[in-house]
Design a protein around this ligand. Structure first.
Ligand SMILES: [Zn+2]
Length: 216
């Protein structure tokens, strides 16, 4: 399994309509992002999220069990190692697996991290800042950048919603990972050392039979 150690950093979304001075927002984001746990704890966070998702969707527990490698963070940069960021990413992907939705498109947390990276290079204004804040609220509703962020977002949406929609669609397209699929899984029919009924065990057995079948 790949684990990525990433340094924390600051982002600086700015907009003329923003109520909070840009420097203050940048400092607050830096504080939030520097609140890193041990990145290697991400294994435990993923396991914990898988366990919770399996309780919510017991009929999908076998697929969720095998989702561990799929939910590993991509190297998008700043913040991936923060617990609330990583958990949001994992939770969204597990929900998609449980409901049969597309796992290739980026999670809100991933798109938010792209915005963070972008904001480190160029200041974000108008619709770009609005997109950043929209994605942040979507990915981390329990961790607003400022107490008034939700209220401020109303202003961004009123002024720039169409362009924010366009930016979001573009970002979703560009950040899609065509290989992030739950496929080619081998399972010996045992999870956590216990015999289980798993859809992938049947597939694995059938692939093995195919390989062992004599050539025609
Ligand atoms: Zn299995």
């Amino acid at each position: 399994m790949t684990r990525t150690r990433i340094k924390a950093g600051a982002a600086s979304p700015r907009d003329r309509k923003e109520h909070t001075p840009a420097s203050e927002v940048a400092a607050l984001v830096a504080t939030v992002m520097s609140d890193l746990g041990d990145v290697f704890a991400s294994m435990d966070w993923a396991d914990d999220e898988i366990e919770q998702a399996s309780r919510r969707h017991p009929d999908q527990a076998d697929a969720l069990y095998h989702a561990f490698s799929l939910v590993q963070p991509r190297d998008i940069g700043t913040g991936t190692g923060a617990e609330f960021v990583y958990r949001s990413h994992v939770r969204e992907l597990l929900q998609r697996i449980a409901t049969g939705a597309d796992t290739r498109i980026p999670t809100a947390a991933e798109m938010c991290l792209v915005c963070t990276q972008t904001s480190l290079k160029v200041p974000l204004h108008g619709a770009a800042a609005g997109l950043y804040f929209r994605l942040w609220l979507q990915a981390f509703p329990d961790h607003p950048i400022t107490p008034s962020q939700a209220t401020e977002q109303v202003h961004y949406e009123r002024l720039h919603s169409t362009q924010i929609d366009e930016y979001e669609a573009m970002l979703r397209r560009k950040a899609t990972d065509p290989h992030r699929l739950l496929a080619g899984i081998d399972c010996a029919g045992r999870h956590h050392g216990r015999n289980v009924t798993c859809r992938y065990a049947a597939n694995t057995a059938s692939r093995r039979d195919d390989r062992q079948a004599p050539a025609a």
